[in-house]
Ligand binder design. Structure first.
Ligand code: AMP
Ligand code: ZN
Length: 119
């Protein structure tokens, strides 16, 4: 496992910072967002440290695929039975705050606003 010592999500993976776990296997972890934007709001992360979607490589293609394949089941188990939104904030323009690649799974509010407000 590749970890980065100053990364908050690597610390969550290592158990050094607590989290409310949704799912875990050898390669990925899902846990509730500490500041939820909806009744269902959790994140899926790779256990390896990867800064962002902008820097991910083919080495992580398989686990990223497995994460996407698991998202629907985990979302339903958490109560998002009628859909949800996946968000991967990336870099400065994407307003990424935590530089450890994560997929937000957000099940609400109902209805969610359209993706980007258009003037
Ligand atoms: P982003 O803007 O996509 O980088 O989002 C980072 C997310 O991480 C925010 O929604 C935070 O609420 C969440 N977050 C930060 N620290 C923690 C933590 N210790 N446990 C769970 N979620 C966290
Ligand atoms: Zn990390």
């Amino acid at each position: 496992m590749v970890a980065k010592s100053d990364c908050i999500f690597c610390k969550i993976v290592a158990g050094a910072i607590p989290s409310r776990k949704v799912y875990e296997d050898d390669d990925m972890l899902a846990f509730h967002d500490i500041n939820p934007l909806a009744p269902v709001h959790f994140m899926m992360i790779l256990k390896d440290h990867v800064d962002s979607l902008a820097t991910v490589t083919d080495a992580h293609a398989a686990v990223l695929g497995r994460m996407m394949a698991k998202a629907g089941r985990l979302a339903r188990e958490q109560g998002a039975t009628d859909g949800f939104r996946t968000i991967v904030n990336t870099g400065r323009i994407g307003r990424q705050d935590v530089y450890h690649l994560h997929i937000h799974i957000i099940g609400g509010p109902d209805p969610l606003p359209r993706m980007i407000a258009k003037d």
